[in-house]
Design a protein around this ligand. Structure first.
Ligand code: UFG
Length: 361
């Protein structure tokens, strides 16, 4: 197999030959849009497919303003095989696929399990089928630390046991990982990188793209910024009686731009022919566990803005503590978390202010 280092690869891309095109499914969403920015800034051509069911086409403008380059966009329901396959037929230069397209609300998945299984698994199957038909091998899948459940030990490594999923949403991540693995075992020509994200937070430092929760936010940071700006009365801290130093839950909060860059490292590895196995799994986290209380304190120090909050009862299904061992991603992908949490939370706050300025929230 022809292999070359990333620097040679960059040299190759500096010539006039066409740059590899990456198909980003779900590319107008929160993680997808930040990843598209990093891909473009690293020299890749990007085609986004998204049905805009949980995002807005205005995100494309933000990406174009940040990068000076407008990615191709096709409005497409990724759960519709014919629609997905047409995108591959129309773009013969697609070299790899990153999938972000999925329903992602944990609580809703408990209420509507069949919709979650149908949508999230059809998307994976459609993408893998079309990739096979069109000879595309590279695949990056967004998985989650949810596959570890409540780990017996922290930090978790990629070989920590995968626990029974606590929700249909979490189960779709586990099943998708198994589908990819089974496809490879059966001989499918794939180079698949599975990224298990910890808790993605923050926004692009330009405040041109960020998270746009639909309705009442379910995750900590968007709720916190909405409470800080006065959209919500106060943040409820779900439980202060956990077996942790300050009693609140501990997570590994990873900056969204750092997380986006992990996808570029994965694509570089695939495109550079450097995969050590057809499927590689990486934890993408900082390696640092942060409690809810610590996160509120860090936000307040970074922004000078008070967060109205109160202690509430535990939220069903929450695990007490989980954080990553990112050593494998550091050593093998050459990826490192770089942004301090205070900067990340300041970016989240600036994004909240930008949304207000634009009259969105
Ligand atoms: N929290 C609060 N108040 C809130 C929201 C959250 O105290 O209003 C706490 C939670 O109890 C938890 C921490 O903040 O301790 C983080 O909660 P998030 O909802 O932001 O994130 P989770 O760790 O629950 O969710 C993450 C991912 C999901 C994934 C899930 C699996 O965001 O995609 O882990 O457990 F499915």
């Amino acid at each position: 197999m022809l292999t070359f280092g990333w620097h040679n690869f960059c040299d190759m891309m500096n010539d006039t030959s066409p740059k590899p095109r990456i198909l980003v499914a779900g590319g107008t969403g929160y993680i997808g849009s930040h990843t598209v920015v990093e891909l473009i800034q690293s020299g890749y051509e990007v085609t986004i497919i998204d049905d805009l069911s949980n995002s807005n086409a205005s995100v494309i403008e933000g990406i174009a303003e940040i990068t000076g380059h407008r990615p191709d966009f096709v409005k497409c329901d990724c759960a519709d095989f014919a629609a997905v396959d047409k995108v591959f037929s129309d773009n013969e230069d697609i070299k790899a696929v990153i999938n972000f397209a999925a329903f992602k609300a944990v609580g809703e998945s408990v209420q509507r399990p069949l919709a979650y299984y149908r949508n999230n698994l059809n998307i994976i199957l459609n993408l893998l089928d079309s990739m096979t038909r069109h000879g595309v091998k590279g695949f990056v899948f967004s998985s989650s630390c949810t596959v570890y459940g409540q780990p017996d030990e922290n930090p978790v490594t990629e070989s920590s046991p995968v626990k029974k999923a606590l929700s249909p949403y979490g189960n779709t991540k586990q099943i998708a990982e198994e589908i990819i693995s089974d496809a490879i075992t059966s001989g499918a020509a794939l180079d698949a990188v599975i990224l298990r994200y910890f808790n993605p937070v923050g926004a692009h430092p330009s405040s041109l793209i960020g998270e746009m929760p639909n309705g009442v936010p379910l995750n900590l940071v968007p709720y916190l910024t909405q409470a800080a700006i006065g959209i919500r009365k106060e943040l409820s801290v779900f439980g202060d009686d956990y077996d942790t130093p300050d009693g609140t839950c501990i997570r590994d909060y990873i900056d969204i731009t750092d997380l986006a860059k992990a996808h570029v490292c994965a694509i570089d590895r695939i495109m550079g022919g450097r995969m050590a196995a057809p499927m590689e799994v990486f934890n993408i986290g900082t390696g640092r566990g942060v409690s809810v209380r610590e996160l509120i304190d860090t936000f307040q120090s970074a922004t000078g803005v008070e967060v109205p909050h109160r202690i509430a009862s535990r939220r069903a299904g929450d695990i007490a503590k989980v954080w990553a061992d990112p050593t494998k991603a550091n050593d093998v992908l050459g990826w490192h978390a770089t942004v301090p949490l205070g900067d990340t939370l300041l970016n989240a706050w600036k994004w909240q202010l930008a949304l207000r300025q634009r009259g969105i929230q």
